[in-house]
Design a protein around this ligand. Structure first.
Ligand SMILES: [Fe+2]
Length: 322
């Protein structure tokens, strides 16, 4: 018997706007030639859709020309239309102003969705399966599972892992995600008196790198903190750091390091627009079962949580990037 997921079961995509004066060509050169993502053939002069080589879905990171740089939405795939309707009703009762669409909303193959303004605010879109699913680049028949030749010498991450955002009121955002949408808190950082929530890592389904699909941090505005992709292991990531530096990419001075918060080995770096990216491996093996309990960090352990090898984490690392 196969697993029959219900509700939200997958972080689908991160959709970002670039400004009208930003250079989509520079984005293409960076993500295609340095990071090593694969552009969908339906990309255009105003929108580029990327997926990782290990993803059997058409896109997971989208850039499109808008009025200004910023997060358009984070997309989560939902098991079926019945569950989508249930989540829409729950979002309505949670005062999140859900807007149902049964037509194209600017993303190829996506027709049935509900846009949600979660407290934060954090713009989400829940959608049922796209109308087509590409095969793995390696194929499904006796695959080699090795990085495709065209992507060697790039980072070539395996798949989208999580997206980090800042919001002014993380407790409200996390409360909505757990109470209304069924997310589970894997880890959290609280004030030393345990009265204030500073951050939380949330997930819906266990997966290869578990424990976080959304990372919520406190910040003065709603913005993207970082977008993270999965790599096989820390050794891989250290080689990638060399590739990135050889391409004169700006690395974040925090790391490469073990991040005890989320239990990953992580490297952070920046794209041409200043968006912070992460390559990570590891993570907790999490499952949704009744005994599951969140790991709790207090602020006095903040440095250890975010960068195990450093004595302190720079204030700059805590600021949203996009
Ligand atoms: Fe992260």
């Amino acid at each position: 018997m196969s697993l029959r997921p219900t509700g939200i079961y997958r972080l689908g995509y991160v959709r970002l706007a670039i400004g009208p004066d930003d250079d989509l060509g520079a984005i293409r050169r960076f993500y295609g030639g340095v990071v090593g993502l694969l552009p969908d053939e339906r990309s255009s002069d105003t929108q580029v859709l990327y997926r990782c080589w290990h993803e059997a879905h058409p896109y997971s990171l989208i850039f499109e020309i808008g009025h200004a740089r910023g997060l358009i939405e984070v997309g989560f795939e939902v098991a079926n239309d019945t569950d989508l309707a249930k989540l829409e009703a729950r979002a309505r009762s949670g005062a999140a102003n859900p807007v149902r669409s049964d037509h194209a909303i600017g993303l190829p193959g996506l027709f049935h969705s509900v846009a949600i303004e979660a407290p934060g605010p954090l713009r989400l879109r829940l959608y049922t399966a796209l109308d087509e699913t590409p095969a793995y680049v390696t194929g499904h028949a006796a695959p080699d599972w090795v990085t495709p030749p065209a992507l060697r010498s790039t980072c070539a991450p395996l798949y989208l892992n999580h997206v980090g955002v800042t919001v002014p009121d993380p407790a409200a955002t996390v409360g909505f995600l757990t109470d209304v949408l069924g997310f589970v808190v894997a880890e959290q950082i609280v004030s030393d008196d345990r009265q204030q929530l500073r951050s939380a890592l949330l997930f819906r389904m266990a997966k290869d790198v578990g424990g976080q699909e959304l990372a919520i941090f406190a910040g003065p505005r709603s913005a993207v903190h970082h977008v993270a992709f999965t790599k096989e292991d820390p050794g891989d990531i250290l080689i990638d750091a060399q590739y990135l530096r050889a391409a004169r990419v700006r690395l974040d001075p925090t790391g490469p390091t073990r991040q005890s918060y989320g239990k990953t080995f992580s490297l952070h770096f920046y794209d041409p627009l200043g968006l912070r990216l992460e390559l990570c491996s590891g993570g907790r093996m999490t499952e949704v079962h009744p005994e599951f309990e969140a790991v709790v960090w207090t602020e006095s352990h903040f440095d250890k949580a975010l960068s195990f090898h450093d004595e302190s984490v720079s204030a700059q690392f805590l600021v949203a990037s996009y």
